[in-house]
Structure formats: structure tokens, C-alpha cells
Design a protein around this ligand. Sequence first.
Ligand code: C5P
Length: 398
Amino acid sequence: MNGKSVLLIVGGGIAAYKTLDLIRRLKERGVTVRTVLTDGGAHFVTELSLAALSGEPVHRDMFATDTEGRIGHIQLSRVSDLVVVAPATADLMAKMAAGLAGDLASALLLAADKKVLLAPSMNVKMWNHPATKRNVETLKRDGILFVGPAAGDLACGETGSGRMAEPAEIFAAIEAQLIEHRPLAGMKALVTAGPTHEAIDPVRYIANRSSGKQGYAIAAALALAGAETVLVSGPTDLAPPYGIKLVKVNSAREMLAACRAALPADVAIFAAAVADWRPETAADAKIKKAGAVPSFRLTENPDILAAVAQGTPRPRLTVGFAAETENLDANAAAKRTRKGCDWIVANDVSDGAVFGNDSNRVHLLTEHGVEQWPELSKREIGERLVLRIADALKGIEA
Ligand code: C5P
């Protein structure tokens, strides 16, 4: 996204404070952000905040003589790659649907020659009002894009739909629009992520420390690269990445069934920390604390990676993960052979630091040997892996 630019219109809603975080995220990734602050928006965030975070002058007035000569209201969208409205109020959407152009924001939206993405934010009754519904329908027909709103507690004290999407989600929607290189377009991908929960009884389970972050980052990168991506996830607290199909499961056996249902795929990446064992039988009712300490036998779970890598239809490329505490490369190489997968992404978990962290240091084992990658964020590992996958798939028959 480095070098891209976004025209960001900040409407009058309490969610405008979240837009400040969005600007920060975009700037961090090298995106130029030019802002327009409506009169309503100025009640919630200041021009100074927008200017300081964006590093650009803030545009307020349609007839400002200082800027109109140099960068007029039409120009603002011409020099941007995408127009984003966050928060998009009911009023602004109504103006857009009607084609009004009486202030800088609505004039810019009418004159825009780029895609427009709205992040609506309003009271639930306003969002559900037939007038707003009509306007949303009209705007969608006009090709306007939407992210959110979400359902939940609203600032006005009511509950329901109308809460502006979180900055991370708006960021992902922007990223999906700005990225042009889609080397996996037309391909199908399957990713597993997170831990599995293996029931002891209806309230207790065996689990592990996997956060799911790496698998989610890989799924996000695959979707951005254009792949139709199914993410089969064990229990995690993570927000689903933009543009993927999420299948939530609990146990290893559910995960295997969901993976089978997602086949055929061009590439499958098994980042989940699947529990190796489960209690042989899960009690139907909660085991009472009174009495003897219970003991239970464990039985082996199915190996999902091995089942898919050695089954049919086999993905053209299967990638497993190996978390090892000793002899990283040797153990990972043995695992690659044993499981029948093409690549292994190996990481050293001897100090326990990987779990839940945002960065990782991995080795990639392929048929050509071992590559040691430097310490990278889990997002960067996802992006790098996806570029490698796109490269490899060019050489593997469909
Ligand atoms: O055997 P181990 O658990 O070390 O193998 C790790 C790799 O195998 C990971 O890619 C993991 O997702 C996958 N795996 C699996 N099903 C299991 C155990 C591991 O898919 N039951």
C-alpha cells in the first residue's frame, strides 16, 4: 500500500474518534491520507488531531480561497486512489443518494472518480429506518462499497446495528481495495488456525496456548492476494480477516470434517495447533467434584494435515507447521516426510515466546532445503509465505 493515497471524509458521529486510529494505521503503512472534516465531524474531533495524525492540511470549506486555487474540491479525489467516509452518517448517505452537493463532503462525493467506501455509524433506529434502507440500496446500486456497521452497544445507550466498524476492519477493507497485485486470483485456499478444544465434560476441555494469530494472518494475506479463502478456526478471540469464509470448530474431529468440506483447494496451510489427544469419552454431564479424583484415558486425534496431504483430492501445495523445542530443522524435515506435505514452516517454541506474540522467527523447509527467515511480524510472515506460494503454484500442474 506504500505510496497509495486515500481521501478520508470524517462525518459527524461519535465514532469519529475511531477514525483517528484508522489514520494512524494507514500512515504506518505508507498511505497518504488527505482529510475532509464536515461541520458535524468537527463537533467530535478537532482539525488539529486530523492534521497532526495525517501530516496534511485538513479541508473544511468548499470555497476556501487558499486551497481552491491549488487543490480544488474536484482535485481531492483525482489525486487519491480511494475515497473513504468514516463515520458515514445517515445525513451524508441521504445527500449522496439524492446527488446533493451543497457542502465540501457531498460535492466531493458527487464529483469523485474513484471507488467510495462508507463506514456507516448511527443510532439503530436511524439505520433501520426505511429512508436509510432505501438510501443504502440506492448507494449499493450506484457501486458504493460498505464496511459495517456492526451490531452492539451504541454510544446513545441503545443496542443494535449502527456501530461503526472497528478501525482494523475498515483498514482491511481499504487494503483490499488498494492492493492491485493479486497473484492468487481464481485460486482456492484452505487454512487451519488456533487451538482445538477436546471435551472432558460439557464445561471442561483440554486445550493449548495457540492464539491463532499466525493462521489468521496467513488467511488475510491469501485473501488479499485474490484467493478464495476458507479459514477453519478453533476457538480464538480474533476478528475474522476481511474477505475470507470463516468456519468455526471446537474439536480436532470437527476441524477435519470442515477441512474435507472445503476441498478441493489449490493450496492448504495447516497452522492450527491441533490437540494430539482427546479424552476417550467425554462425560454427558458435568463431573462432580465430590468423590474420587476422576481419571480418564486419552486417545489419538486424527492428523488433519496428514489426512489431507495423503488423501484425495490433494491440494496442489500443502504446507504444515512444526513447533519444536529442540533440533528444529531435523525434526521439521522428518515431519515433512512423515506427513507427506510439501513444505513445513518450522519455529522454535523452546522459550514459549511465540504463543500470542505478534512476531516470529521461522524456517521454511521445502524440497530445496531450509531457508531461515529473519524475525518478522506474523503479518509479514503471512505475506511472504503467500508470495512464495504464488510462485510455487505457477510451476505445479492444476
Ligand atoms: O505432529 P505435529 O502436531 O507436530 O504436526 C504439526 C503440523 O501438523 C501442523 O501443521 C498442524 O496443524 C498439523 N496437525 C494436524 N492434525 C493433528 C496434529 C497436527 O493437522 N492432529
